[in-house]
Structures are given as C-alpha cells and as structure tokens.
Design a binder for this molecule. Structure first.
Ligand code: 13P
Length: 239
C-alpha cells in the first residue's frame, strides 16, 4: 500500500455473528482512510457479500503450510479464494495462548505473501518487559525473527501492540508511542525498499483515536473491542 491514507483495522477476535455483519453493512466512512475488517473465518463469506465496497477483508490467522494433514488449519491460499486481502499474523494472543514463536510467525508470513495476501505482523512488549525497560529489545527481537526476513520489495504492514494495553483500557503515553514507532520505522527503513505502514493497537477507541493517529509515524490503528460496535468503529474510521 503506497498511499499515505491511514489504515484502520478491525480485529473482531472470536466475536461477531451474522447479525453483527448485517449491522456493519451500514458502515460509512467519509475520510480517505483504508478500512480493513478481520472477522472470524466463519463470517468471511458474509463479509464479502454484506460489507460496503470500500471495506477490505482480512483474516485473523493462517496456517504455515499450504495444504495437507493439518486438521483444523486454514491456509493462506484458501483465504485468498475467499476474497481476503490481508491477514493478521503473530497477534500477542496467538503468541501466548497458542505458543506461536517467531519462527512459526515467519513461516506464516511467507505463506501469506506467497498467496498474495498482505500480512499485518503484530509485535509488542508485555508489562514485565516494559517495566524491565526491555521494550525496544523485544521489538528488535520480534522484527528480526519475522519481518526482517521478508524480501525487501515485499508488501507488509506492522502493528505495534503493547500487550499490556490490549483490552485493558490502558494506553502508552504519546512519547512512548512516538519512541516505539520511530524505533520500528528506522529499523524497517534499513531493510525495506518502501515505507512500511506501522499501526498502533491496544485500547484504541473513538475518544483517543484522533490523538493517537496524529502521532508521528503512526500509520493507522488496529482496533479490538471498539471495532465490535458499529457507531464506535464508524467514529474511528472517520478520525
Ligand atoms: P483492544 O482494542 O480491545 O485493546 O484490542 C487490541 C487488539 O488486540 C487488536 O488486535
């Protein structure tokens, strides 16, 4: 994505229903932002049929392999057949609850790119890592283990999501976001040929979105809880 539009991504996680998708068919956005909704796999078909045309569709995960005996997995090429264009990879919930390592995350990123999906790779520190002043070290390690192994001409989006800010109502202060995003940007610039968008995620909502999105090097938002309420999400899309 070469433009300078802000990118607003909804991560519905394991939430949502056909009824909610119907509500979102009325979503409007008057700003030149790129809007991506990532519903659970089972709602991808309805997303394609019901969501307004300006909304792009993403998935929340994909398998590391293309096909075969991997019960319960869904591959990137299968998602591509469902009109999916983006896929979240390495969300902290996948890293902690499903033991996804940098290695697995990189394999998924490779699989996504091979199937022409744009990976949205999530990185971020836990509270104890933040308290031990290890934020930049953690980001460095997560970038080296996944994003920095991608070919420099490929398209990718990175989402900085401090784990302690997810679902807690807590957000880093402006300087913390600025510092993390500058660090990530500098590191990505050394590797990639083009500007890589860097999103912020973690308790973003309709009240704080304008302030966060105007921070230097914040290319958009990755929104969890607030993306499940149509009016709140519309306000975020318009911020
Ligand atoms: P919340 O917006 O609910 O904090 O979730 C953030 C997130 O995990 C998005 O991927």
């Amino acid at each position: 994505m070469k433009n300078k539009n802000k990118i607003i991504v909804a991560n519905w996680k394991m939430n949502g229903s056909e009824d909610l998708m119907k509500e979102f068919s009325q979503l409007t956005c008057s700003k030149h932002n790129d809007i991506i909704i990532c519903p659970p796999f089972t709602l991808l078909d309805s997303a394609k049929t019901l969501l307004p045309n300006f909304v792009k569709i993403g998935a929340q995960n994909c398998g590391a392999e293309d096909k075969g005996a991997f019960t319960g997995e869904i591959s990137a090429s299968m998602l591509r057949e469902k009109s999916v264009s983006y896929v979240l990879i390495g969300h902290s919930e996948r890293r902690t609850l499903f033991n996804e390592t940098n290695n697995i995350i990189f394999k998924k990123v490779e699989a996504a790119i091979k199937s022409e999906l744009t990976p949205i790779v999530c990185i971020g520190e836990t509270l104890s890592e933040k308290e031990a002043n290890k934020t930049l070290q953690v980001l460095d390690n997560q970038i080296n283990g996944s994003v920095a192994k991608i070919e420099p001409h490929e398209q990718v989006i990175v989402a900085y999501e401090p784990v302690w800010a997810i679902g807690t109502g807590l957000t880093p202060d402006e300087n913390e976001i600025k510092e993390a995003h500058l660090y990530i940007k500098t590191k990505l610039n050394q590797h990639f040929n083009a500007d890589i968008p860097i999103l912020y995620g973690g308790s973003a909502n309709s009240k704080n979105c304008s302030q966060i999105i105007s921070i230097e090097n914040v290319g958009g938002l990755l929104v969890g809880g607030a993306s499940l309420k149509k009016n709140d999400f519309r306000a975020i899309c318009n911020c």
